[in-house]
Design a protein. Structure first.
Lengths: 479, 436
């Protein structure tokens, strides 16, 4: 790995690059999907490649290849420089990077059970058994289970002398039951929708989430939803479970505080942000209970790592403090605009993509009490759980989320189940209505393995530490 | 040249049902924002998947290196996985060769980062100092598929696409174009269209949510057609009861003015001559003048249901089943200008943003308008309006179709295959919110 990395770096510098960084990545992914007792998909993908990013003539260029022979690596390094020269045809000012310390180190995350050393048979058998439990429940016609594992070895070097070798293992898994009857389809998932829970941990995660122990419950809930009334269209008090708060944080806080979006660098694709660069320290984002951190140092978080893809150490920074915007997610290029050092959020989707500002673990810091306390304290409202759909405008203001299930709250107690729940709002107004955040006992880092951004499209693994939270005067049941 | 490693695997696995699929992708993507190129990338990659089936047990391994050692080790691992996997009771063997007619694109050889950058500069310069952002992408994709039943195919696809947003303070305009050569894209004209829309959109006002007549430009129609495609034309979704077409085949589901085909033979359609199992892509009438007609099939679901494959297989095995790749809403006879002129009060939508499914059985989706939303009054565009949220059943919207555009455009929807669609005038469309 090291030999071809330095060959690329030296070639680019000799060919005219004034700055160069190289990533050589070897990775393996295993993905298993089981439906109704049958293995429907099993991905075992091994890949390697090199990504070379340079600055020449004050502009960026990037080239990547999976062909790792000497001739191709040299050609690719020169291509990166040629691309940067082409970029400079429209240059307005030179790209400048915030300073970063020279680091030579290695880093790996803590894993108790390497998932690639667990037999395939054991994994498949667990998922088959879980789906069998679910399909025994009335009206559950489809039961799905999945597991995903990644093993990534990544060497980063740059022309400032940094050399970092990281080894990260990630695991994820979950189950879903579909109740289907007379044109109605209702899904329940555990521990979360869209594949379940994901962490930078080993197979111990799969053992801890106890898929078999939860299969019956969620299947019964999917079945019960078929007979449930629709979520009413009204304005009410809304309690969200931790997993839905995680997605709310992701869409309405994580993305709009990415400084590249704020500076217009994602305008044509994902959009911009309602936040301006001058809002830091001034904008009231939400109520005083709102404390948001970006923390890539949390053990196990899916957005945790040792160093980002610019060689900047993982950090914990405040984004919102007592409701006031105090920070952005930055990389070396955008941090330079602020006259600051990068806070280490620049990551790429594999060797073939450039690093972009990506969320790390963006967290709503815990408040006090339990979910039970919060419900007990609510006279009239709705409790929604587990995301089903999401949508937000290009400035991250107007959002609408749907969840798999909701329960009506009457006089401090959960009562009947409601189906097809959804809610809508405007970001700062919604967060300003936050009047309850559960405490540490309910706080958990939810993994989101499919955060899309950039062109070519990249997927990032990010996390959100959240606990259930309560919002007042929310419009629900949009139809 | 890509067939060689695939043939090597098939020979080595003699006696075992084996399928090798290789996708090679060479791409340059030049991205610009704030009227300069800020990201500019070139990637050269391949993915080779080896699938073996032992007594109905699937084993599959993907690699991106083609050395003999890597190929040998991947085949051994695929066989090992197959031995550990339970059998699929619906395994009907691998397909056998069927003659097919491929249009095989010529790979784009002459495009360089500099030629793309010059075109981006041309676009930026033509926006008259407004703020231009976008991506110009050139890609060559080669697909090769060989199986142990004698299928041996290779096809190429070359595409150039421009997606751009031009901003003028609080407003923006959008253009999208996908063509076969760089010369086919008129960068100056597109820049002027986006700039003009951005200028006209300044100082937008708030329109109350409610039910409106809408004139949807092709990019907005593309979103509706793409999402309809996700919700139920595939045979697997249908038999699982998750399709909006369950109980509706043969029934009227939209206005007579709506006909939707999976239309790979259309001259403007983009795609390969065969599907991911090596079977020919066929034209399929999905909705004919408002009536739900057919589903799409891959080899497995055609055998299971006693039909013929329509050439709609994704890489096997997969959880999604067959899907349409070339959804086309057939054109009508109206121009966009006629649609606007015939509208007493309505909303003109350039495109939708961040759309997602709310209820797949009722085909309800939600999303936002973006990059040019205008009020139409007495047959004229009068006022730019703030972006609005819609929550709407696609079939209900299509049931209110009044006019269908006469020209077809390629519409790109992120993460979904492009569609071929005209503009539409719909008499009932539900806006449920407004942004600031």
């Amino acid at each position: 790995m090291k030999e071809i990395a330095y060959m690329a770096l030296n070639t680019a510098l000799e060919y005219g690059a004034t700055f160069c960084e190289v990533r050589v990545i070897k990775s393996r992914r295993q993905g298993i999907e089981v439906k109704n007792g049958l293995v429907e998909s099993l991905i075992d993908r091994v890949e390697e490649g090199i990504g070379i990013r340079v600055i020449t003539n004050g502009s960026w260029g990037f080239a990547g290849t999976s062909f790792l022979d000497t001739e191709n690596v040299i050609r690719t390094a020169k291509k990166a420089v040629d691309i940067a020269r082409a970029s400079s045809l429209t240059r307005k000012r030179n790209v400048e990077l915030a300073p970063s310390k020279k680091i030579i180190t290695t880093w790996n995350n803590h894993v108790r059970i390497n998932p690639f050393e667990v037999s395939l048979d054991k994994k498949v058998s667990l998922l088959i058994e879980a789906t069998k439990i679910m399909t025994r429940v009335k009206d559950v016609k489809i039961a799905e289970g999945s597991m995903d594992f990644w093993d990534t070895e990544k060497l980063f070097i740059n022309s400032e002398g940094t050399e970092i070798l990281q080894h990260i293992i990630e695991s994820g898994g979950g189950i879903s039951a579909y109740g289907i009857r007379e044109g109605d389809v209702q899904r329940r998932s555990y521990p979360n929708s869209f594949g379940g829970q994901y962490e930078t941990r080993g197979y111990e995660l799969i053992e801890e989430i106890d898929l078999l122990g939860n299969a019956q419950r969620i299947a019964e809930e999917a079945s019960a939803l078929l007979d449930a009334p629709e979520c009413p269209s009204t304005v009410t008090t809304l309690i969200l479970d931790g997993s839905q708060v995680a997605l709310q944080v992701h869409e309405s806080i994580g993305h709009p505080t990415e400084l590249d979006r704020i500076l217009g660098m994602e305008a044509s694709y994902a959009g911009t942000s309602f936040i301006s660069i001058n809002d830091r320290g001034r904008l009231r984002y939400g109520s005083k209970l709102m404390n948001i951190t970006a923390d890539a140092t949390l053990p196990g978080g899916l957005g945790s790592f040792g160093y980002d893809d610019e060689g900047v150490p993982a950090q914990r920074v405040d984004i919102v403090k007592e409701g006031i915007l105090v920070g952005f997610l930055t990389n070396r290029e955008t941090a330079f605009v602020l006259g600051e050092a990068s806070n280490g959020t620049c990551r790429a989707d594999g060797w073939k993509n450039i690093p972009l500002i990506r969320m790390t673990n963006i967290n709503l810091e815990p408040g006090v009490g339990t979910l039970e306390d919060l419900i007990k304290d609510t006279e009239d409202g709705i409790f929604m759980s587990t995301n089903k759909s999401w949508s937000i405008d290009d400035k991250r203001l107007n959002f609408q989320f749907g969840t798999e299930i909701a329960w009506e709250i009457k006089n401090g107690k959960l009562t009947r189940i409601l189906k097809n729940p959804n809610y809508t709002g405007i970001t700062p107004e919604f967060w300003d209505s936050l009047d309850g955040v559960c405490g540490s006992s309910e706080w958990k880092i939810w993994g989101v393995p499919n955060c899309g951004k950039g062109q070519p499209s990249q997927l990032a693994h990010v996390g959100h530490g959240t606990s259930p939270a309560r919002f007042r005067n929310v419009r629900v049941g949009v139809r | 040249m890509y067939l060689d490693p695939l043939t090597y695997i098939i020979d080595k696995a003699r006696g075992i049902d084996t399928e090798c699929l290789l996708i090679a992708n060479k791409r340059i993507l030049t991205r610009f924002a704030n009227s300069y190129i800020h990201q500019n990338v070139s990637v050269d990659d391949i993915e080779l998947s080896i699938r073996v089936v032992l007594d109905g047990r699937n084993g599959k391994v993907s690699i991106n290196q083609l050395s003999k050692d890597t190929l040998d080790s991947a085949l051994s691992r695929a066989i090992e996985i197959a031995r550990l996997t339970p059998p699929d009771p619906d395994y009907y063997g691998l397909p056998t060769p069927v003659s097919l007619d491929m249009k095989k694109d010529h790979l784009i050889e002459d495009i360089t980062p500099e030629s793309l950058a010059r075109k981006v500069k041309e676009f930026i310069d033509a926006t008259d100092n407004l703020n231009a952002s976008g991506a110009l992408e050139a890609s060559n994709i080669t697909i090769a598929l060989v199986n142990s039943n004698g299928i041996s195919l290779e096809d190429n696809l070359s595409m150039i696409s421009l997606e751009a947003v031009v901003q003028d303070g609080d407003s923006s305009g959008y253009v999208y174009s996908m063509e076969k050569t760089l010369e086919d894209i008129d960068f100056v004209s597109l820049a002027k269209i986006a700039s003009d829309k951005a200028r006209k959109g300044r100082n937008p006002v708030e329109l109350s949510p409610g039910c409106y007549t809408v004139v949807l430009e092709p990019q907005a129609v593309g979103t509706l057609v793409s999402f309809l495609g996700l919700m139920g034309f595939g045979a697997k979704q249908f038999i699982e009861g998750r399709s909006f077409l369950v109980g509706k085949l043969g029934e009227k589901i939209t206005s007579d003015l709506i006909s939707i085909w999976d239309y790979p033979s259309h001259p403007k359609s983009i795609g390969f001559g065969f599907d991911f199992e090596g079977l020919p892509r066929k034209d399929v009438v999905l909705i004919d003048r408002g009536t739900a007609k057919n589903l799409v099939y891959d080899f497995k679901y055609s055998k299971k249901l006693g039909k013929e494959s329509t050439g709609n297989a994704l890489p096997q095995p997969n959880t999604d089943g067959p899907i349409p790749f070339n959804l086309t809403l057939l054109p009508g006879g109206s121009s966009l200008e006629e649609m606007i002129a015939s509208t007493e009060k309505g909303v003109l939508v350039t495109r939708f943003h961040y759309t997602n499914i709310v209820d797949p059985i009722k085909t309800v989706i939600t999303g936002m308008t973006r990059d040019g939303t205008f009020l139409i009054e007495d047959g004229e565009i009068t006022t730019p309006i703030k972006n609005m949220r819609f929550t709407q059943s696609i079939l209900d919207a299509f049931s209110s179709t009044e006019l269908v555009g006469k020209d077809l455009y390629i519409a790109g929807e992120h993460f979904i295959y492009p569609t071929l669609v005209p503009a539409l005038k719909l008499n009932s469309f539900q806006f449920t919110g407004v942004t600031r």
